[in-house]
Design a protein around this ligand. Sequence first.
Ligand code: PMP
Length: 373
Amino acid sequence: MDWLADWGRERAAAGLQRELTPRAAGDPAIDLASNDYLGLTRHPAVLDGAIAALRRWGAGSTGSRLVTGTTAEHELLEVELAEFTGAESGLVFASGYAANLAVLTTLAGPDTLIVSDAASHASLVDGCRLARGRVAVVPHADVDAVAALLRDRAEPRALVVTDSVFSADGDLAPLADLHRVVRANRAVLVVDEAHAIGVRGTGGRGLVHETGLAGEPDVVITATLSKALAAQGGVVLAADRVRNHLVNTARSFIFDTGLAPAAVGAARAALRVLRAEPERAGAVLDRAGDLARLAGVAAPPSAVVSVVLGDPERAVAAAAACRAAGVSVGCFRPPSVPPGTSRLRLTARANLTAAELDTIEQVLRTVLVEVPA
Ligand code: PMP
């Protein structure tokens, strides 16, 4: 496989080589890189929820959800997530990625037009690639382009696919307008709420709920349990008939082992904490505003603060400088973001302290001024 070395050299020359850097246990760096938006991943109640489920059901779920991989705990989590977001039902997957593949491959057929936002998450893009319908990618947040495609289509069925909070820029999809054109054109709106659950909407119920679209029959939500909910896994929140269809036809549900019990228990506990302390959702947005101010960018409508630096080399150098100064930040480069928009991605956490923000201020001031353009 000599060609791998050639491809590796091309990646390195473009500044796009990636390395895995294991986290050190007890790392004192301030975390602005993870998706632990509500700061729940080490919350005692969440750890206890994981341990109790682990002890009760075992380390693994032991099989497909359709065979031995469904525990009572999986079903409770599904009911609780549906109730929380206002959906008719929920179906838990081993990951959000698998949930997105499931929705796109099973709700679309050869007679289906799939309209996807240019900034849709990679797992939605891969779902589009695996689905058998015609895929049309529209410019980011361009509702008129969506409407024109839906109106002029030859296909009897159509899906419109978008993130609600976009993962790289942290901006919001125009869900109300999208739903209006979806409804008018008898289509279905598929919304990935991975970065919105726990952050947007009353008590973190998500942007679909905030937009007044909870429980609408033509809206299908996908989400992950790995960000605000501090665990692992994915979920589809939709009408009962969608759930039933997915259980029977989604290959990433049927041929995948059910989510591990510990992850289910952790997600249930995180949801209980969020319900008891709904102010965590507002706190994460407030802290994102603080981080944006310190970085000299506009306050985002989500937990994601994006500081665009341009070249991948510059972004990598800035991220390394932050790391060396004790602040761990994300670094996004192509293909995760368009060429020329490599960036630092700072994610806010509800439990960032004033002392941490002071340190972050000093580090960002030094790094953003000193890293050469
Ligand atoms: N959708 C979006 C918008 C995401 O950011 C992610 C995770 N990065 C996923 C889906 C996939 O979720 P999971 O990590 O649970 O597979």
